[in-house]
Design a protein around this ligand. Sequence first.
Ligand SMILES: [Zn+2]
Length: 115
Amino acid sequence: MLMKRIIRWFKQFVSGLSGNQYLKYKFKIVKELPQHPEDNVFYIEGDKNKNDFWYGQMKCPCGCNDTLTLNLIDDVKPCWSVHIIDNKISLAPSVWRTKNCKSHFWLREGLIKWV
Ligand SMILES: [Zn+2]
C-alpha cells in the first residue's frame, strides 16, 4: 500500500518535472560547438572574458532532435543576442524555424516559452 503511494508520488514528481509547460535550458560557453549537443543545454561559442559570442547552438526544444545553430555576430543576418543574468540565459528575438518542425519559441531566463 505504502509502496504504491510512493510510486504514484514519484511518477507525479517526474511528470511534473518533464511535462510542465516550461522547459529549462542551462548554458555552456565553449571554444567549439559540440558535435552532439546535450538536451537542455544552450551552447555559446565565444570568448567569455571579452564577452564576445559568435554562435549559439541547442537541440530543438520540441523533441524533433534537430540541432539549431544561431548566429550571434551582429553584422551577419539573421542574428540573435544572448543575455546572461543571474546565470540564466535569455535569447532575443524568438526562434522561428522555417523548416521541419516549424517551432516558434522564446528562450527567456533559461525557460522555453512557446509562441
Ligand atoms: Zn523541433
